[in-house]
Design a protein around this ligand. Sequence first.
Ligand code: T5A
Length: 215
Amino acid sequence: MILNRGLFITFEGPECAGKTTHIQLLERYLAKQGKRVLLTREPGGTEIGEQLRHIVKHHVGGMADETEVLLFAASRAQHVVSVIRPAIQSGMVVLCDRFMDSTTAYQGHARGLDMDFINRLNRFAVAGCVPDLTILMDLSPKESVRRSKERETPLGLDDRIESETLDFHERVREGFLEVMRSEPDRVKLIDASKSIEEVHSAIVAAIDAVAAVKQ
Ligand code: T5A
């Protein structure tokens, strides 16, 4: 693959779909080809974003859905301005673990907040910085739960959103599939239930196809 300009690739999908695993594998694949790669995540990616990440994931004592969606948008706005846009402009390949489609799926489809508002908020926060490619890693909520139980929670803290009901996570999955159906050119579906090797090959093929068009 030859890339002459920056590229913005996001990874989306339910909990434990393997986004982190595959972003790291892809980083190695791209680095071996001499690409300058930035690996980042949402919520997070900046000092402000990491503080907001702790609040949205681990706050105890209730949080209004309206507050939650604004915290994710605030993290994103800072991330775009201070990290993502400058990296793309400098020619880097940016690999971002979750981005605006998570807000559509979780706060829009699963929480049921007004979708027109979510779309406007996403547009405001990304300010034109739309991904060149989104890898949607699809996994059933039952398999997500199985994988989640197999690993330990890193900080030993409860995760507010991960511990939502199975119904909630079914709506999240459907929300992502809806995004994919409405933007098939940008969003590529990957079956995340397959082996790590098979998933990695499918991701590389999707990225090579987009890179060939964008160069
Ligand atoms: N959120 C986020 C919103 O509600 N709105 C928003 O706008 C945004 C941006 C973020 C939370 O915030 C929510 C969504 C989330 O609830 P997070 O910790 O970043 O929290 O959550 P996740 O992105 O879901 O991160 P996870 O670490 O839980 O999942 P990953 O990164 O998808 O999965 P990964 O790679 O860590 O793998 C999980 C486990 O599965 C195994 C791995 O080894 C690991 O143990 N695994 C496989 N096992 C079998 N076969 C495979 N193919 C496997 N691939 C990985």
